[in-house]
Design a protein around this ligand. Structure first.
Ligand code: SF4
Length: 575
């Protein structure tokens, strides 16, 4: 057994005992031949591993901005009142409370995970009932919520690509009529893009993996859906897991890979067993295993690897580090994953939605896909719409659909939309002069998260939530991201206190540029986006926040800070 089993070993102790003791670490160290120090460094990297004992019930309450506008503070207070514990401190034998970032429930907020089971649409009363029931010894599973999202079809439903009737094995049967080269060509011809947010051409990726000779290759399904506001991949696994699995099998057939791994975010472990059941059905139908559907040497197997709570692991390079049993820190790589990926073997990493589309393209034919959407982004796309809308949920939209249509009466039914965040905190905010912009490669792309805020929402509150998120999730290996996101968060807080000047706006832009240009991975390259877009697009709002008279106030404030900092510096140097 090697260190690629490390996360699984840690999970066994975490789930059984609620924490990972020194004794457990020592045992794992001997078993996997990994030093204790290294194991501890891995444990401390992930949100859901604990080294101190926790209560019987571990409660993770989502603190995303959508949760915030739907009543997070009141729910948080209710949890503290009913349990008698405080968030992010040692709990008692019964309860431990922790904040966590988006858990993929933005259409049902506020939401929490209790021992990794979902509890949605929380209110203080609901919390009171849940905690009282747990204290009475009621079964946690019986209390948990059903988490199905509302699926809203393409406006012309019959044209839907994803949310249409599913027939198990259909895409594999169709795919086997073609050679691996032809499959790659079909995906390339369809111009399928990576739909997790990177929008990298999928055909290119598959072709590169196929052409790299190796005894072993891997297909990884990236189910680490961590961008706040997105929940489409959860819905895909809950409604159409077979479609995703078939996409993996087809990718294996096209590239010559025989092993697939679903990297499932820890927040979604409550449906891991359901995916395992579907995999068993696939095995029985000879859609997995050896000589699939009688085709000699077409072997493919899939296993599930649980993540452990880290946004940055959604990036392919960090995800591979995590799979290899390390901290999920994006390395400086000179090779693409399709050449040296998991275990240094050619590897395709595709998002859940991308694989589902690959399967449909083979099933329906690339011409069907090309008949919709735009020139550069054909087909449809799944969006997770949440916030100030009457109908939150998953929408399958045609690429090229305008923002105004998404907000309209036929679709999400937004109420006084004002600030729209397209593609999550790492994406771009849009003001009401831009509502005719279209979701497509030619205009504004969206990885899946589409958050709507009305005029009653405070923009600085939204931006502060985003910046706190990035500050928390930065893995810290590069200084611009580690320090820069901290500085930008402080700038937002300063503005909220009414102490900023125009100079701060300029500094925000400069810091934003530095972070974007000098960070190693996508987190740092995108974390300042919302803030630097917002200060330009919502000038009226920011002008109100920074009256010209504040220039004097700002100088005075900075002087005080400087004197205090200098005093502590002198004290530090004297001790
Ligand atoms: Fe880590 Fe941020 Fe650097 Fe990415 S940009 S490697 S998250 S410190």
């Amino acid at each position: 057994m090697d260190r690629t089993h490390l996360l699984n070993e840690l999970w066994q102790y975490q789930l059984k005992f609620g924490f990972i003791s020194d004794k457990a670490i020592s045992r794992i160290s001997k078993k996997l031949n990994v030093s204790i120090v290294e194991i501890e460094s891995v444990i401390t990297f992930y949100h859901f591993f604990h080294q101190k004992p926790t209560g019987e019930y571990i409660i993770y309450l989502n603190n995303s901005i959508i949760s915030d506008i739907k009543g997070y503070e009141a729910v948080k207070a209710a949890f503290e009142k009913e349990t008698g514990c405080t968030f992010n401190e040692d709990g008692d034998k019964e309860f431990s409370l922790f904040d966590t970032s988006c858990i993929g429930m933005s259409d049902q907020e506020p939401a929490a995970l209790i021992n990794f089971l979902p509890f949605t649409d929380l209110t203080p009363n609901k919390v009171k009932h849940i905690i009282a029931s747990l204290k009475n010894g009621e079964n946690l599973e019986d209390l948990a919520s059903k988490t199905k999202s509302k699926i809203q079809y393409h406006p012309e439903g019959e044209k839907a690509i994803i949310f249409r009737p599913y027939e198990m094995g259909k895409s594999i049967e169709e795919g086997l009529k073609f050679t691996p080269e032809e499959i790659v060509n079909k995906i390339s011809k369809a111009k399928l893009l990576g739909l997790g947010g990177a929008f990298f051409p999928v055909g290119y990726k598959w072709n590169s993996c196929k052409n790299n000779e190796a005894d072993t290759k891997y297909i990884i399904c990236n189910a680490d859906e961590g961008e706040p506001g997105t929940f489409k991949d959860r819905a895909l696994f809950q409604y159409l897991p077979g479609l995703v699995i078939e996409g993996m099998i087809l990718a294996g057939y096209a590239t010559g890979a025989k092993e697939g791994i679903i990297y499932l975010r820890a927040e979604y472990q409550y449906f891991k067993d359901k995916i395992e059941d579907v995999l068993s059905v696939f095995r029985k139908a000879n859609l997995l295993g050896e000589n699939i559907l009688g085709v000699k040497d077409f072997d493919f197997e899939i296993r599930i690897q649980l993540g452990a709570g880290s946004y940055v692991c959604g990036a392919a390079s960090a995800l591979i580090e995590s799979l290899e049993g390390r901290r999920g820190e994006p390395p400086v790589r000179f090779w693409s994953a399709t050449k040296h990926g998991f275990r240094h073997k050619p590897t395709v990493v595709n998002n859940v939605e991308t694989l589902a589309y690959a399967s449909r393209i083979i099933e329906l034919g690339e011409d069907h896909f090309l008949s919709m959407g735009t020139e550069e982004s054909p087909g449809t796309k799944l969006l997770s719409i949440s916030g100030d809308v009457a109908k939150p949920g998953i929408y399958e939209i045609e690429f090229g659909t305008s923002i105004i249509d998404l907000l309209g009466i036929e679709m999400s039914q937004a109420t006084s939309p004002y600030f729209i965040q397209v593609s999550g905190p790492s994406g771009e905010c849009v003001n009401n002069t831009e509502f005719n912009r279209r979701i497509c490669k030619e205009d504004i792309m969206c990885g899946g998260s589409f958050m709507v805020f009305n005029r009653t929402r405070d923009i600085l509150n939204i931006l502060r939530n985003f910046m706190e998120f990035f500050k928390e999730e930065s893995c810290g290996v590069c200084t611009p991201c580690r320090a820069g996101n901290y500085i930008l968060t402080e700038k937002v807080k300063k503005m909220q206190r009414g102490l900023s000047s125009q100079e701060d706006i300029e500094e925000i832009k400069q810091w934003g540029k530095i972070i974007k240009l000098s960070s190693r991975c996508g987190l740092g390259k995108s974390s300042p986006n919302s803030l630097i877009y917002a200060v330009d697009k919502f000038k009226d709002y920011f002008n109100l926040k920074i009256p010209p008279t504040n220039e004097f106030l700002n100088v005075e404030f900075d002087m005080e800070d400087a004197v205090q900092e200098f005093d502590s510096f002198i004290k530090d140097t004297q001790t």
